[in-house]
Every structure is written in C-alpha cells, then in structure tokens.
Design a protein around this ligand. Structure first.
Ligand SMILES: C[S@@+](CC[C@H](N)C(=O)[O-])C[C@H]1O[C@@H](n2cnc3c(N)ncnc32)[C@H](O)[C@@H]1O
Length: 190
C-alpha cells in the first residue's frame, strides 16, 4: 500500500531504495551543473543518499541545506551524514516555507511532490529562495511507465501537470527527459 505520509516507514529500507537509484543522483548533478562552492537545497531528503552526493559535489566551500519534514527522517539523516561538515539541517514543511535560509544556486526536489497535497505551494516557496540564474531539478516517477517499480501509477504526477504548476509559479522550463527507474525530470529556471 502507498504510504503517502511515511507513517509506517522503515527509513533503512528507504535508504536501500535510494542506493538502488543512485545513478539518478549523478544524472541530476550533471543536469544542474552542480559544482564546488555552490549552495544547494535538497527538499525532502529522506535518508540522505542523494544529499551526500550533493555535499561531495559542492565540497568544503559549498553548502547543502537539507530540508525534511519528518523528525524521524531528520534524525536518521543526521546520523548518516555526521561526517560531513558542509550540511545544514532544516526541519520544515516545504509547503509552509523554508525558514531562514540564504539564496541558493541549485534546488533538488526528487520523489517528494507525489507525497504532498499542494505541490504548487512548494514551487512558490522555491521561487523565493533561488538566486539569479539558479537551476531547480524536479524528478518524479513517470505515470506513463509500466509501474514495475515505485509508487502506484495513479498517485504519480503527469509531467504536463508538473510543468503547469512550475510555470504558474514563474519558472521557465529549461529541459525535460526520462531516465532509468521509471523517472522523468524537469530542469527549471526563474
Ligand atoms: C520518497 S522520499 C524521497 C527522498 C529523496 N528526495 C529521494 O529522491 O529519494 C520523500 C521525502 O520527502 C519528505 N517530505 C514529504 N513531504 C514533505 C514536505 N512537505 N516538506 C519536506 N519534506 C517532505 C518525506 O518525509 C520523505 O523523507
């Protein structure tokens, strides 16, 4: 059964799922041009496999703002990433806002939006935190894929709906595409 709000979740299992999809993280880093020294926000980190990849890509001079709504996921994340010095932890609901964070160069929000009630609100909040020219990478499970992995097809967000929400929040669509593990991605810019 689909666990929309992660009330029944085993975060170690979620981590194993992220490890299986790790190649997507490298793709997302490439698509955004993430580079040493950049400031990046990862919204809805879960157990942090991708967050670690972003922290390694931006290096000691960069910063990752790791935003998570679930206190349990945040506790797991802090343990997982305790060796990293360039991660700031933000416990917040992305639908409500991000609190006090500086402007960032790249935002990742991957496999989060099909868990929320009002994705449009999150796009509006992202638009307030991005610096000039920043890129936003959104990735989701594709409802036109076979449905052999991932959440049920009926809870997945059609690419067109996601694009409409992003444009309504003032973003331009730079690039879209499909990837392994039944995923699509959209790169946005203000
Ligand atoms: C399926 S996991 C995805 C984790 C990771 N981004 C990935 O690509 O594997 C979704 C995560 O988003 C978090 N989340 C869901 N709604 C959120 C919200 N409104 N604000 C912040 N985090 C949220 C959940 O607690 C969960 O950890």
């Amino acid at each position: 059964m689909f666990d929309k709000d992660f009330s029944q979740v085993d975060w170690e299992k979620v981590k194993q799922g992220q490890l299986i999809r790790q190649s997507l993280g490298s793709e997302w880093i490439r698509l955004t041009g993430l580079a040493p020294g950049m400031r990046v926000m990862d919204i809805g980190t879960g157990p942090g496999v991708f967050t670690r990849m972003y922290a390694e890509a931006v290096g000691e001079m960069g910063r990752v703002y790791a935003l998570e709504k679930s206190p349990q996921a945040m506790a797991f994340l802090r343990r997982e990433l305790q060796d990293l010095k360039n991660v700031e932890y933000v416990l917040a609901d992305a639908e409500q806002g991000f609190g006090e964070v500086p402007k960032v160069d790249v935002v990742f929000i991957t496999d989060v939006l099909h868990h929320v009630d009002t994705p449009g609100k999150i796009f509006r909040n992202i638009s307030r935190v991005v610096s000039e020219g920043a890129k936003v990478l959104v990735a989701e499970y594709d409802p036109t894929a076979p449905g052999e992995v991932g959440p049920p097809l009926e809870v997945r967000i059609p690419l067109g709906d996601l694009q409409q929400m992003a444009v309504a929040a003032g973003f331009q669509i730079v690039e879209t595409g499909t990837r392994d593990h039944e995923h699509y991605y959209v790169v946005l810019q203000r």
